[in-house]
Design a protein around this ligand. Structure first.
Ligand SMILES: Nc1ncnc2c1ncn2[C@@H]1O[C@H](COP(=O)(O)OP(=O)(O)OP(=O)(O)O)[C@@H](O)[C@H]1O
Ligand SMILES: [Mg+2]
Length: 194
């Protein structure tokens, strides 16, 4: 899906290949995703989707080929700070509430302000889960919480390896953020006029 902002490439892979035990999980993948785009790929089980996303996020090293994010190599610390990642199961603390999980990760990321925690809970529709511990969450709620954790720090690039049902949550988050950006632009415009 294209949106209005298309400056450069957020993701580029060249000849990306991963071999496990002599068999190619991903072979010669050349991918180009522009900034401002939502890009999704689907495929049968074992097609190599998770392996690709792990290599793009720096969680697995390619056997061959290269990955650039925002024109820079994935091991560049400045690039890593711009990434939000949810691959397969999110590391959730089962005895904590949704908010405690988010606040814990926010602190680990050096985000002292708890407003960012409340913001991602609101975006993913988890504000009202109160004292319920994550071990009592439904699968969908756990997936929402995984997305909330990935959204912390307001990443420029969000890499999500999620079930189809979760894509709808992500689409909702994207729409809410677009609306809020529009409102900010409007406010800025008003200020300019004053
Ligand atoms: N750590 C690993 N060691 C060995 N083989 C692996 C490893 N990870 C993935 N594979 C193999 O690589 C291939 C691609 O797996 P991958 O998990 O990327 O598929 P997928 O498209 O994400 O599948 P799914 O739809 O089930 O999530 C599979 O054949 C899998 O068995
Ligand atoms: Mg997978």
């Amino acid at each position: 899906m294209n949106t209005e902002k298309e400056n450069g490439l957020a993701v580029e892979t060249r000849g990306l290949t991963k071999i496990y035990g002599g068999k190619a999980a991903v072979k010669d993948l050349n991918l180009r995703v522009g900034e401002g785009q939502i890009y999704g790929f689907i495929g049968r089980n074992g097609a190599g989707k998770s392996t690709t996303l792990k290599m793009i996020s720096g969680l697995a090293s390619p056997t061959r080929g290269e990955v650039s994010l925002f024109g820079k190599p994935i091991n560049d610390p400045a690039v890593r700070r711009r990434l939000g990642v949810l691959i397969e199961a999110a590391g959730l603390y089962p005895n904590m509430t949704a908010r405690q999980n988010v606040v814990m990760k926010a602190r680990c990321m050096g985000l002292a302000d708890e407003k960012s925690a409340d913001r991602v809970l609101e975006l993913t529709g988890l504000t009202d889960t109160g004292k319920k511990q994550v071990k009592h969450f439904s699968m969908g709620m756990k997936q929402r919480l995984g997305v909330a954790l990935a959204l912390l720090g307001n990443p420029d690039l969000l890499i999500l390896d999620v079930k189809w049902s979760t894509v709808l949550i992500v689409y909702r988050v994207h729409s809410v953020q677009k609306e809020s950006e529009k409102r900010t632009a409007y406010t800025k415009g008003t200020k300019k006029c004053v």
